[in-house]
Design a protein around this ligand. Structure first.
Ligand code: ADP
Length: 634
């Protein structure tokens, strides 16, 4: 045992404690993944070293080939992983192995339910990493030294995976990290060459550097134990450099888990080699599940960038637009320089053309998923649909393509599930229909029964029902698809075009003429509250509705702005009434101006309520209504 100095005991960050607890209790059915996670970290560590050594070759300290070694001791019940990667300093070990840096972690932990099955899914979103060692070990020793620091500055980190860990400074001759797992009594099956070899082949075959195990050798009796001979057990070549046809699905899946720090298989992937003016290979994945921090501004996103197979940076976000931030993958470029920086990436015109090509690849991949695996696409939509809806605003050039990927609820879907594509909507439009109709609102239940839909119901015309917070904003960018314009049915003077026959239109004009007097009386009664009063053609059952002015903010946007404390421009609705409704007929016949005014206000307030709005003077509404009820029952 070497000398340990500056020994101290430190507590884990609360979130780490929670994660450890969860890991140990919910991942026991899939214990062997600890090896994949530790190998994945070791591989990242050698990637980082190779990259840093470009500028500082002395970091390689002589230049032993980069590799990972896995060994075991049946008697001591240990499994040891050793890499000659970048290593960790004492401070690195304290922060990296004692805290979780991801923002939003505390929030995420609040979602844990204690139900192990559910939680193990949640943890999939989170990624497991180093702490998975404690699934099989009741004590973990980490010996590490950062490349380039003196051999006296090694660190020994040790923990039983409970509340705290110890760190001490030790001598460490070799650069890199050695992790010793002291297996729990019930887990000693992992101290076995055959078992380890199988796990490595299964999960880590794609790792680009050699993973070595001690060669099994029969030692003749009485012979001294000989020096270990090692053999490589994985394929040890960068997966994306191999031809597509030679890569099995399982290999693509395991590679994804490595680079995506994910626990579950991806939904789909797209692997392409581009040759010509620009040369690069990309391997892009659609994850199955949204990460917990999908909506966190500062959450890591982007692709892993390699230049001629040398790892250059993680989370290179310049290769894909923000609305595709959930895509994981690698790009390996032959054109970029090895010392490319984030700042350079942001300005380099090469990146722009790669970005637009990669964006197309992703959209094509999603199109294919939608077409060939509708069930998977449904699940994709549930996880990432809201993010994809940011697309039309961000990416004008691909608006049409993104439009084809969007899914909505409609007046023809039963349960509010967002399942109708625009192509599908257009394919089943009525004869004479040349517009895509939609209505936005708070909830499916509310919009589904909106009076705005009455005429559409009567004519059997489908209306898209949009109830996500982002929808009204989305629709301000998505103005047409496949040559068809979008029309908000709650907005402006609804013109159904050819869907109304010439006779219908004539009849409407006739009716409007006979109601001119009523229109004037209503204008006087409602006064400042309305921008306009007119006869409606969109109602069959309700007496009145409020339409939004063509240029005005919709209710949803207004509520979002108000909630965020912003000033909302004043706008007044248009009051439309149904001339055939008995209440309107009564109103028209009402000679008492005071009662006329009361009834008008009640109708106005009811229309606001039906649109999902709140009343400016709810008490006034109740008073008027009660007055009327008293008169009725008198
Ligand atoms: P993640 O890999 O998702 O960041 P981990 O919990 O697996 O999370 O690891 C935390 C950090 O510890 C890593 O990001 C890395 O900085 C450091 N680390 C883990 N294993 C090694 C290793 N073998 N060599 C160097 N650093 C490591």
């Amino acid at each position: 045992m070497s000398v340990e100095t500056q020994k101290e005991t430190l507590g884990f960050q609360t979130e780490v404690k929670q994660l450890l607890h969860l890991m140990i209790h919910s991942l026991y059915s899939n214990k062997e993944i600890f090896l994949r996670e530790l190998i994945s970290n070791a591989s990242d560590a050698t990637d980082k070293l190779r990259f840093e050594a470009l500028a500082k070759p002395e970091l390689l300290e002589g230049g032993d080939p980069l590799k990972i070694r896995v060994s075991f001791d049946k008697d001591a019940k240990t499994v040891t992983l050793e890499d000659n990667g970048i290593g960790m300093s004492r401070e690195d070990a304290i922060t990296h192995l004692g805290t979780i840096a991801k923002s939003g972690t505390a929030d995420f932990m609040q979602h844990l339910t204690g139900d192990q099955k559910k939680d193990s899914h949640l943890i999939g979103q989170f990624g497991v990493g180093f702490y998975s060692a404690f699934i099989v070990a009741d004590k973990v020793d980490v010996f590490s030294r950062r490349a380039g620091s003196p051999t006296s500055e090694g660190v020994h980190w040790s923990s039983k995976g409970e509340g705290d860990f110890e760190v001490a400074t030790v001598e460490k001759a070799e650069r890199g990290t050695r992790i010793v797992l002291h297996l729990k009594a019930a887990e000693d099956e992992f101290a076995d060459g055959w078992r380890l070899r199988n796990i490595i082949k299964k999960y880590s075959d794609h790792i680009a550097l050699p993973i070595e195990l001690p060669k099994e050798q029969a030692t003749a009796e009485g012979e001294e134990t000989q020096a270990l001979e090692w053999e490589t057990v994985n394929r040890a070549s960068a997966l994306w450099t191999r031809p597509r046809t030679e890569i099995k699905d399982e290999e693509y899946q395991e590679f994804y888990k490595h680079i995506g720090h994910d626990f579950e298989n991806p939904l789909s992937w797209s692997h392409n080699k581009v040759e010509g003016k620009l040369e690069y290979t990309s391997l892009l994945y659609t994850p199955a599940r949204a990460p917990f921090d999908l909506y966190q501004r500062e959450a890591p996103r982007g692709l892993k960038l390699y230049v001629q197979r040398v790892f250059v940076m993680d989370q290179a976000e310049s290769f894909l637009p923000l609305y595709l931030r959930f895509i994981k993958g690698v790009v390996d470029s032959n054109d970029l320089s090895l010392n490319v920086s984030r700042e350079i990436l942001q300005k380099d015109p090469i990146i722009d053309s790669m970005k637009s090509a990669l964006t197309k690849r992703v959209l094509d991949m999603l199109e294919k998923l939608a077409k060939n695996q509708p069930e998977e696409y449904k699940s994709f939509w549930k996880n990432f649909g809201q993010v994809l809806k940011e697309g039309p605003a961000e990416d004008f050039a691909n608006k049409e393509k993104i439009g084809g990927l969007l899914r909505f609820a409609s007046s023809k879907t039963e349960d509010g599930e967002q399942s109708v594509g625009l192509g599908e909507y257009i394919a089943r439009m009525q004869d004479g229909q040349d517009k895509v109709y939609y209505l936005t609102g708070e909830s499916f239940a509310q919009v589904k029964n909106s009076p705005h839909l009455e005429v559409f119901r009567k004519k059997g015309i489908e209306v898209l029902l949009l109830t996500d917070r982002i929808d009204e904003w989305l629709m301000s960018y998505l103005t047409e698809f496949d040559g068809k314009h979008f029309v908000d049915v709650a907005r402006g003077d609804l013109d159904l075009g050819k869907l109304d026959s010439e006779e219908d239109k004539k009849a409407q004009e006739e009716v409007a003429k006979t109601k001119e007097g009523l229109v004037e009386r209503l204008k006087t009664a409602l006064g400042e509250q309305v921008a306009e009063v007119r006869v409606s053609h969109r109602l069959t059952d309700s007496p009145a509705i409020l339409a939004i002015g063509e240029q005005d903010l919709g209710l949803q946007m207004r509520q979002i702005l108000e909630a965020s404390g912003q000033k909302v421009p004043d706008s007044k609705p248009i009051f439309e009434f149904n001339p055939a409704h008995p209440l309107i007929e009564k109103l028209d016949a009402e000679a008492d101006e005071a009662r006329f005014a009361d009834l008008s206000h009640i109708l106005f307030d009811q229309a606001a309520l039906a649109a999902g709005d709140t009343l400016k003077d709810p008490a006034g509404y109740v008073q008027r209504l009660n007055k009327l009820l008293v008169e009725l029952s008198a």
